[in-house]
Design a protein around this ligand. Sequence first.
Ligand code: ADP
Ligand code: MG
Length: 700
Amino acid sequence: MTYILDTEVKFLPGVGPKRAELLQKELSICTFGDLLYHFPFRYVDKTRVYAIREVNEDLPYVLLQGKILGFREVSAAQKRLVAIFADSTGSIELVWFKGISFIQKNLHAGSVYTIFGKPTSFNGKLNIVHPELEDMAKEEGKITSNIQAVYGSTERLKDMGLGTRTIGRLQSALLGMALPKIEETLPQYILEANRFVSLREALLNIHFPQSPELLKKAQDRLKFEELFYVELSILRSRTKRIKANNGFRFSQVGELFNHFYYNNLPFELTNAQKRVIKEIRADTGSGRQMNRLLQGDVGSGKTMVALMCMLIAAGNGFQSCIMAPTEILASQHFKSMTEMLHSMNVSVALLTGSTKKAERKNLLERLAQGDIHILVGTHALIEDTVRFCRLGLVVIDEQHRFGVAQRGKLWEKSENPPHILVMTATPIPRTLAMTLYGDLDVSVIDELPPGRKPIKTVHFFDSKRDRVFGFMREQIAAGRQIYVVYPLIRESEKMDYKNLQDGWEMITQVFPAPKYRVCMVHGKLKNTEKEEAMQEFVRGEAHIMVATSVIEVGVNVPNASVMVIESTERFGLAQLHQLRGRVGRGAEQSFCILMSGVKLSADSRHRIEMMCSTNDGFQIAEADLKLRGPGDLEGTMQSGMAFNLHIANLGADSKILEYARQFAEQVLDADPLLSDSKNELLLKTLVKLRSSAKDYSVVS
Ligand code: ADP
Ligand code: MG
């Protein structure tokens, strides 16, 4: 017999085939279980009635009690109905765009109503669009709560009558019939050790909290459980990988590394770089496959670490490759590596989307024969036609730019999995990194090369632009170069390009030729044009580079000392920090100037303040995590999470995450194979979870 939660959702009274199809399309809800685990994203305490005077647009949902004073006629063409709603403290407008005739028929001026909705401000006036009207008579026999759940929905679902209220009703019906049949998913000893409520109690209270305390208990248990299984899954993969013992052994440091170290290394390595190279050396010499994340703030010198590890690979007769997210970055790596390896017998090649056909053919042949030691490239490396002779090490630069599946393809290129080094400038807490990227070890470069001066970051409103221009002139006169960056967000591409073009025009007017040279780089340019403009800037011929965020990652021009960021409010924190990292690479004092309009949301203000107050990437990453959660930070689809999270938030619930990991470690220490009878349920649940989600945790 099918387990109740595996029943298709169309069989739930009130759903039916049409709604079921839409639920699947819009929210991936296919079964009773999926619906039940579609948890509320917020609760509204309906025990608190607000006075209209207290209402402002920053409040989430509010419950109001008052009278409808009257309706305001809005011309039929505008299809809008406005009601004036008042209590003893003030009034607010209620607005409907749909279902107007129904509302007009059923709402009466002079009557008292309890309404519920999100206050917004329109033309300086407060209003509530499509408020919910409280049924004063509660439906008999239904599971209800005074702490009302708010469910995520979509426009299309709402059009089918599946807004938060209906979803709530479906949950009530579902719980009513399924609750007694729901099976526990945590073993008794874990429930007891943590004083967790049972799964049934948790599910009931997550949808219909019987009290704030019970809601908290439900959340605690469900969050723990979710994160615990993620950790359990990751830790088990890890055990498997370590046991498999099928990594290539780089038995020696090798001649190439030593030669480079004593003759070619242009500077003294920082202690952090040395430590990380040692860690990687130990991994790759162990016979186990390495899976390592290297975190280091922008400018901390990750590329050098990568290069030296690739030399170890080459010294042991293995090929390696490094994949970068943009062509600009790939060619820059190629150039600097080729230069650094001068007069050494190491062959480095570059493969990108714009590598010419003939050249490509030749390159691929040499690669397959093992004549190329180090291959630098972009996504082009992933293609099936790219075959190595003996791939021993894969380096992924700025890994957050790649999807997990994309990365996974790289190590399928070798029968034995090559060693993997993923590098990122977005430092995130260790446990979180290990969770997002699955089973891997973490190395950190926590030290910048000596002589760097901290970048000074300041914020200017657009109205103060003249002062910024004056400052730019001074800097150029002092021999420095400047980036001016415009946001580029795909959805509004046209607008963005217009902003960029306008910006370009303004800059070239204020900084006219021939005295000044300004170049421009953006994604719509041909590669050769992009490269030309880049080179102009790298060679120091152009004073100003106007660009979109294509230069966000990796570009290295030490003489550039000023980064002007336009429309700062449209960038995320991590991105801003990355952009700022383009300057401060030389010995000169560098500056980051954040431009914005005057109207800033609380979040934007917070981001700008954060940027102005610290250069520390770890602090910024932490703040970013709190602001946006790691989904945005890393791109949810790109993360290596084995399962989707329904309730836990890796940013906000970092304490629970730590605890869940420790707990999972304890369980596995005591019973590595989960063969103990008390852990039977763990194994069963794990298998079930895994079968319902693609498991990426085995690859980085
Ligand atoms: P990121 O970690 O952001 O990728 P890069 O590898 O691009 O940083 O390094 C930034 C700059 O610092 C480069 O110009 C690089 O040559 C230089 N660099 C790296 N390591 C050192 C060091 N130990 N001493 C001095 N300069 C260094
Ligand atoms: Mg880099």
